[in-house]
Design a protein around this ligand. Structure first.
Ligand code: ADP
Ligand code: MG
Length: 679
C-alpha cells in the first residue's frame, strides 16, 4: 500500500504526477505525509465580536428577498439581509445571481466571508445551505505548485486517506501510544488533513510532533550509545587527595554550581569512556578555575592536558591565570601561540614530547603537525563555537583517545542545547560567585549621545576605561550603521590631549589587534573603539563603561556577551545601549537587556523573539528542519522524547520486538547505528 504510485489515485495523470514530484510526492504515502501549512478556519463566530476586515463564518436565516444588480456582462451583485444571533446583517455575493432562487426568506444558510464592520456587511466567499456541520470547521491549505489547486489537491488527499485506511504501518508502538494517549496513524492522518474539530487537529498534531521528535532523538541517542561502546577512552585515575589539596589552596570557595560541575567532569575523566562534554557558564561564572581543576586532576594521573583558545590574547590570559594556580602545585605549564619565538618553540616541543610539560595552553599553534605529545589525556577547547570541527578532531587525534571538554560562555537555551549538542553531555554553571555587582544597563536614544559621553567621561576621570562598540567597520550603502573608523576619529578629536583612544576591528592584521588589545589591557589606551571582535573572553577588570552603538542590530545573546566585558573588577560598571529601534522586536530586545542580567534567561528570550533559525545565525545553525515540531513551543515534548529515546536504545525490547520494527528501520537508514556521523 505505502509504495503505490500516486497515479493510482483517480484524477492523477502523468502531468499531475510531474507536478506532485516537484513537491517531493512520489507515492501515496508521500502524499499522506504532505501536511497542510495552515487551515482555513470556518468555526462559527459571533459577528458582534468579529473585528473589521476579518474572515468570519456565520449561521443565519434569510430575512429579505434578495436584490440583484447587473453590472455589465457576467457581472452581478446580489444582496440579501440575514439574521444571525440577534443581528441583522447584509450578505453580498458577486457574480452568483443564480443563488437568488434558493435564498428565499426563512432559508437557513452557513456563509463565510470578509466582515465589513462599518457597513455591517459580509462579502461572501462561500455559502452552504442548511445549518453548519462541525466537520467543516477547518479546511486544509497546502503549499502547492503549478496549476494544482487546493480543491483538486484536497480531493486527491481524501482518496489517498480512504485508500490507506487500515493499510499503513504504525510507526509508534502501542505502549508509547497508550502512555501518551496518542492517536493511531489513521486517526492522526485524518486529523491533520481533515480535522473533525479543533481538538482532533490538536491531537493529530500532538502525535506527529512526538513522533518526529522521538525519531530525531533516537538517532542522537543511538549515536551516543554506539560511540560509547566503540570508542575506547582513557580511564584517568587521578589522585583525589592531591586534587583536594589543590582545591584547598584556591583563594576562594567554589560556588555550588562549580562544585557540581567539577564532580561531573571528574566522573567522566575516571570512566573508561571518552568524555564529550559541553561546559556552559555565563560570563564571569568562573569556568577557568573549573578547567584548571580538571587539568590538574589529569596531571596527577600522569597524563598531559591541553587548553586551546581562539585568540592569542585569550590563550595568554588563560596561561597567566593557570600559571599562578599551577606554580605552587609544581605543575609544568607552557604557552604556545603563533608568536612564540622559533627557538623557544623548539624547546617547548621537545619538552612536550618527553612529557616534561604537563599542561599546555595555546591557540591553533597547538594543532600543527610537528606538535607531538607524550601522553595526551585531556583536551579543553574554550569558546568552542569558534573552532572548526576539523581542528578539534586533529587535536583529539594527537592523543590516544583524550577526553574532550568544550567550554562556552554563550548560554544556549535548553531546547537548543538538546537539539544541537544532543550527542554531548552538558554541564552548566548556573550561578555567579557571590558579591558580584550587577552591571547597570541603560537604553538611550541616539539623540542622547552627549549625555552618554558625559557619563563615560566621569568614569574615565576616575581612572577607569571604556569600550565603544560599533557594528560594522565600513560604510555600507545597504545598512545605515555607524562606522567604527568614523567614531574613532570623532572620539579622538573630542578626547585629544586628555584620553587615549584606540581602534580595533576584524580587518586589522592579528599582530596589530594584539598590540591594541595589550595597550588597552596595560591601561595605555583609555577608550577602545571596536567592532564585536572583543566579544569573547577578554578580561580587563579596570574597564567599567561600555557604549554600544546601534545596539538593536545585535541579538540578545551577543549583547550579553559584549556587556560581559565590563563588570569584571571591583568597580560598579555601566552599559549604555544607543539605539532607535524600528521594530517592536527591537524595542523588546532593548528592554530585555535593561531588565535581565542572566544570560540564560536572555538566551531564552532571544530564542522566543527571533526563533531558532536566527539564534545561531542562519548558516551555522546546524538545526534540524522539522515538519511540524517547533522547538520553542514544543520543547516539553522534545524533553520527553529525549528521555524516552535515551531509555529505548538501552532497552532489549526495542532491539527485538516487532512493534519497534519501524523505529529500528528508520535508525538503520539514518546511519546512526554505524556511528557514521562525526560531531
Ligand atoms: P568565565 O566563566 O567568564 O571564564 P572566569 O573564570 O574568568 O569566568 O572568572 C571570572 C572571575 O571570577 C575571575 O577573576 C575568577 O578568579 C573569579 N572567580 C571564579 N570563581 C569564583 C568563586 N567561586 N568565588 C569568587 N570568585 C571567583
Ligand atoms: Mg573564560
Amino acid at each position: 500500500m505505502e509504495f503505490e504510485p500516486v497515479t493510482n489515485i483517480k484524477g492523477v495523470g502523468a502531468e499531475t504526477a510531474e507536478t506532485l514530484k516537484e513537491l517531493g510526492i512520489h507515492h501515496v504515502q508521500d502524499l499522506l505525509m504532505y501536511f497542510p501549512f495552515r487551515y482555513e478556519d470556518f468555526r462559527l463566530k459571533d459577528i458582534v465580536e468579529t473585528p473589521h476586515n476579518e474572515q468570519v463564518t456565520i449561521e443565519a436565516r434569510v430575512e429579505s428577498v434578495p436584490v440583484v444588480f447587473f453590472m455589465g456582462k457576467n457581472k452581478s451583485r446580489l444582496q440579501v439581509s440575514v439574521l444571525t444571533g440577534r443581528h441583522i446583517v447584509k450578505v453580498v455575493f458577486f457574480n452568483q445571481h443564480y443563488l437568488k432562487e434558493r435564498l428565499t426568506p426563512g432559508t437557513i444558510i452557513t456563509v463565510s466571508g470578509k466582515w465589513n464592520r462599518a457597513r455591517q456587511t459580509i462579502t461572501a466567499s462561500s455559502v452552504k445551505f442548511g445549518p453548519k456541520e462541525q466537520s467543516q470547521d477547518f479546511e486544509p491549505v497546502y503549499r502547492l505548485k503549478g496549476n494544482l489547486h487546493q480543491n483538486r489537491f484536497r480531493k486527491f488527499m481524501r482518496q489517498a486517506l480512504d485508500l490507506a485506511k487500515g493499510e499503513l504501518p504504525e510507526n509508534l508502538p502501542r505502549e508509547i501510544r497508550e502512555r501518551y494517549k496518542l492517536l493511531s496513524i489513521d486517526e492522526a492522518l485524518e486529523g491533520i488533513h481533515f480535522p473533525k474539530d479543533a481538538n482532533h487537529l490538536k491531537q493529530a498534531r500532538r502525535r506527529f510532533v512526538y513522533e518526529e521528535l522521538l525519531m530525531f532523538q533516537l538517532r542522537i541517542q543511538a549515536l551516543r550509545k554506539t560511540r560509547k561502546e566503540n570508542e575506547k577512552g582513557i580511564a584517568i585515575q587521578y589522585d583525589l587527595k592531591k586534587l583536594k589539596e589543590f582545591i584547598g589552596q584556591i583563594p576562594f570557595e567554589l560556588t555550588n554550581a562549580q562544585k557540581r560541575v567539577v564532580n561531573e567532569i571528574c566522573r567522566d575523566l575516571k570512566s573508561p569512556y571518552r568524555m564529550n562534554r559541553l561546559l556552559q557558564g555565563d560570563v564571569g561564572s568562573g569556568k577557568t578555575i573549573v578547567a584548571a581543576i580538571a587539568l590538574y586532576a589529569c596531571v596527577t594521573a600522569g597524563y598531559q592536558g591541553a587548553l586551546m583558545a581562539p585568540t592569542e590574547i585569550l590563550a595568554e590570559q588563560h596561561f597567566a591565570s593557570l600559571e599562578s594556580l599551577f606554580q605552587p602545585a609544581g605543575v609544568n605549564i607552557a604557552l604556545l601561540t603563533g608568536s612564540t619565538k622559533t627557538k623557544e618553540r623548539k624547546q617547548i616541543l621537545e619538552r612536550l614530547e618527553k612529557g616534561e610539560i604537563q599542561v599546555i595552553i595555546g591557540t591553533h599553534a597547538l594543532i600543527q603537525p610537528d606538535v607531538v605529545f607524550h601522553q595526551l589525556g585531556f583536551v579543553i577547547t574554550d569558546e568552542q563555537h569558534r573552532f572548526g570541527v576539523e581542528q578539534r578532531r586533529i587535536l583529539r587525534d594527537k592523543g590516544m583517545h583524550p577526553d574532550v571538554l568544550f567550554m562556552t560562555a554563550t548560554p544556549i537555551p535548553r531546547t537548543l542545547a538538546i537539539t544541537t549538542f544532543g550527542e554531548m553531555d552538558v554541564s552548566v554553571i548556573d550561578e555567579l560567585p557571590a558579591g558580584r555587582k550587577q552591571i547597570e544597563t541603560h537604553w538611550l536614544k541616539k539623540e542622547q549621545f552627549h549625555a552618554c559621553l558625559a557619563k563615560m567621561e566621569t568614569e574615565l576621570k576616575k581612572g577607569r576605561q571604556a569600550y565603544v562598540i560599533c557594528p560594522l567597520i565600513e560604510e555600507s550603502e545597504k545598512i545605515d550603521v555607524q562606522n567604527a573608523v568614523e567614531v574613532y576619529e570623532q572620539l579622538r578629536g573630542m578626547f585629544q590631549g586628555r584620553f587615549e583612544v584606540g581602534l580595533m576591528h576584524g580587518r586589522l592584521p592579528s599582530e596589530e589587534k594584539d598590540q591594541v588589545m595589550r595597550a588597552f589591557k596595560d591601561g595605555k589606551i583609555h577608550v577602545l573603539v571596536s567592532t564585536t571582535v572583543v566579544e569573547v573572553g577578554v578580561n580587563v577588570p579596570n574597564a567599567s563603561f561600555m557604549l554600544i552603538y546601534d545596539a538593536d542590530r545585535f541579538g540578545l545573546a551577543q549583547l550579553h556577551q559584549l556587556r560581559g566585558r565590563v563588570g569584571r573588577g571591583d568597580y560598579q560598571s555601566y552599559c549604555v545601549l544607543l539605539a532607535n529601534p524600528k521594530s517592536e522586536e527591537g524595542i523588546e530586545r532593548m528592554k530585555s537587556m535593561t531588565e535581565l542580567a542572566d544570560g540564560f534567561r536572555l538566551a531564552e528570550k532571544d530564542l522566543e523573539l527571533r526563533g531558532p533559525g536566527d539564534f545561531f545565525g542562519k548558516r551555522q545553525s546546524g538545526l534540524p528542519e522539522f515538519k511540524l515540531a517547533d522547538l520553542v513551543h514544543d520543547y516539553r515534548v522534545l524533553e520527553v522524547a529525549r528521555d524516552d529515546a535515551a531509555k529505548l536504545v538501552y532497552d532489549e525490547k526495542f532491539w527485538r520486538d516487532e512493534e519497534y520494527k519501524y523505529l529500528r528501520k528508520m535508525l538503520e537508514e539514518s546511519g546512526a547505528l554505524s556511528g557514521e556521523r562525526i560531531d
